[in-house]
Every structure is written in C-alpha cells, then in structure tokens.
Design a protein around this ligand. Structure first.
Ligand code: HMG
Ligand code: MG
Length: 304
C-alpha cells in the first residue's frame, strides 16, 4: 500500500467547529484560536463564513475576526461565501480563498442554503468569476456525498454530477464531505472516484465528520486512492446547524497523531496543536473531542 509521504491539513475549527455553538464565542477567542493554529504549523485555516447572521448567528462577527488576525505569510485564510452578497462582504477582509458550498442531496441543499442544487450553481457562478478576477482562489465543498439526514444514502453518480457542475463553473479545488459521518471506507472511496472524473488528485480533499467514529478509517481509505488533503477540526469541534445529530469533524490532533505514527509529514507540531485544543475546550468548558489529545494530556499530567 502506497500512502502519500506528506499530507496537508486545513483546520476548519474556527468555522465548521464554532458555527454550531449555541453561546456566542467572542471574536477575540476566535482570533486567538487562529493564532494558536498557525503557531502549531497549520498552513490553511478556514476562519469564518459570510452567511446570513439570521441563519448562523455565530458567524456574524466574520469581518471583525478576519480583521483581528495577525497574518503569517504562507498561511491560507479561507472563508465561506454562499452568494454574491457574501462574497462582496468578504472582499474587504481579503481572504486568500473563498469556499462555495453545495450539496449532493436536494433536500440538504434546501435546508442549508435555501435553494435547489441547480439554483446554487447559478448563484455560485458569478461568485467564482468575481473571485478569480480578484486573484482569490476558489474551493468548492460538496456536502452529503455519502449520506443525507433527509434523503438517506447518496449514490456516487450524484456526487459525480455535482462535481461536474462545480468544475463547469470554474471551481479550482473540491472538498468531498461526509456531513453526517455515516460513510464507511468503500463508500467514501466511491464518492472520491466519482469526483476524480472531474478534478485531479491535487485538487481534491476530504472532509469527514466523526459522528459514527469512521472518520480516521475514511481518511486512510481516501489516502489509499491517493488523496492527500483533508479538513479537520481542532478538538473535534463542531457540526452543522442544518444537519441534526451530526457531530464535529474528525479532530485534527487525532489525524496528526495517526499520520505522524505512520511516518507521514504534516508540518504540524502536535504539542502546540494540543495546546490550541486545550485553549478552545477550556473556553467552551468541555473536554476536548480528540481522543489523542485527551490521552496525551493525561501523559503530560494535565488531564482534559
Ligand atoms: P435566503 O434567506 O434564501 O437569502 O438565505 P435571500 O437572498 O433571500 O436573503 C434573505 C436575507 O438574508 C436578506 O436580509 C439578505 O440581506 C440576507 P433581510 O432583507 O431579510 O434582512 N443575506 C445575507 N446576509 C449576510 N450574508 C449573506 C447573505 N445572503 C443573504 N451572504 C443564504 C440564503 C445562503 C444566505 C442562507 O441560507 C444562509 O446564510 N445559510 C447558511 C448556510 C451555512 O452557513 N451553513 C453551514 C455551513 S455549510 C457546512 O457546514 C457544510 C460543510 O462543512 C461541508 C460539510 O460538512 O458538508 C462546508
Ligand atoms: Mg462540515
């Protein structure tokens, strides 16, 4: 089995992680979290989203958070933009990358962004054009690529169909997301294989929520077919407000522990990453969702 020798991780904790918190998390805490993630060696951080504050109140401080970050060169700061209104609001914050997000399931598309898949593509097309014209990279995210909370199992053909639409409007990189964490390795591989008909390996990444405890296995399964870029969330934070019961993304600490144990380079300092996870877990007053972090903290003598 040939695994990649290097894996790139995007920490989506400040966005995917915190969007789901009921209590407001102050901008200063979000900014400190981003600072700690970059200090730990993360080279790509999903900071916030420019979505409707009525739909996701937790991200209402998007511009304030972006303005407060002391940027490090070589770090990519990305934000979600569901439409031109969000993109225009994001522009002043000078993101390095924007993310347009669609779903492989019609029902989830409507619940999450209040429109059909086809309508979402029509909304994204001018956003993608405007971003590329402004020199901003464009990533796409595809939700519910193996299962949907409303429609059940999702066939790989539907993932391929959406990937083709995203490619058609000029999206440069695509994330294959298991939003509710129901995927198992072969199903996840099938979703990637459908996507790889439209995007090259260098332009795809995995995004696995860990609801059913499958995310590390799914990460490894994606690596078996050559995928080497993954989203993860420090302390395993998060979920999606429109996908009931979905827990957080796979914890970045757990992915890093696994990869380093396999001799695979991530450029991340696990100790500093664990400190970042302790910082946000302490703020949220709950133990870290990372099994590796909890175990290593016990070894340090400071159990979570
Ligand atoms: P809508 O209600 O259909 O939009 O929402 P609209 O165009 O009809 O506008 C209605 C109101 O929203 C207006 O305000 C607009 O100004 C405002 P009003 O006149 O009522 O005061 N509005 C906005 N405000 C701020 N920023 C904007 C914006 N757009 C409109 N960009 C919309 C459509 C997409 C905006 C809405 O459905 C929304 O914001 N949804 C949030 C979706 C979201 O953030 N979901 C979580 C992130 S996706 C995710 O977690 C999955 C992922 O992690 C991958 C995975 O795991 O699957 C990426
Ligand atoms: Mg997600």
């Amino acid at each position: 089995m040939h695994y990649p020798s290097k894996v790139q991780l995007i920490d989506v904790g400040p966005r995917d992680g915190l969007q789901n918190e009921k209590q407001p998390v102050p901008a200063a805490v979000k900014i400190e979290l981003v600072h700690r993630l970059q200090a730990a060696g993360l080279r790509s951080i999903e900071v916030t989203s420019f979505v409707s504050p009525k739909w996701v109140p937790q991200m209402a401080d998007n511009a304030q958070v972006m303005a407060g970050i002391a940027r490090q060169s070589g770090v990519c700061y990305s934000v979600l933009t569901p439409n031109l209104q969000g993109f225009e609001a994001a522009l002043a914050s000078k993101p390095d990358e924007i993310v347009v997000f669609a779903a492989a399931s019609e029902a989830f598309s409507r619940k999450n962004i209040n429109c059909s898949i086809a309508e979402s593509i029509d909304r994204f097309a001018p956003v993608v054009q405007a971003a590329l014209a402004a020199g901003i990279r464009v990533r796409g995210a595809m939700s519910c690529t193996v299962g949907c909370p409303y429609e059940g199992e999702i066939a790989p053909e539907r993932v391929g169909y959406l990937a083709g639409l995203m490619r058609g409007i000029g999206v440069q990189h695509i994330g294959v997301a298991d939003t509710i964490g129901v995927g198992t390795p072969r199903k996840v591989q099938a979703a990637f294989e459908a996507t790889l008909r439209y995007f090259s390996l260098a332009d795809v990444s995995g995004h696995f929520h860990d609801t059913y405890g499958q995310a590390l296995a799914n990460t490894l399964a994606a690596m078996e077919i050559g995928v080497y870029q993954f989203d993860a969330s420090v302390a395993g934070l998060g979920g999606c407000p429109f996908a009931k019961g979905a827990t957080g993304n796979v914890a970045t600490e757990d992915v890093v522990y696994m990869l380093h144990g396999m001799g695979i380079d991530t450029g991340i300092d696990l100790d500093l990453l664990i400190d970042a996870g302790v910082f946000i877990s302490d703020y949220l007053q709950r133990p870290s969702g990372s099994r590796a972090a909890r175990a290593l903290l016990t070894r340090r003598g400071t159990p979570a």
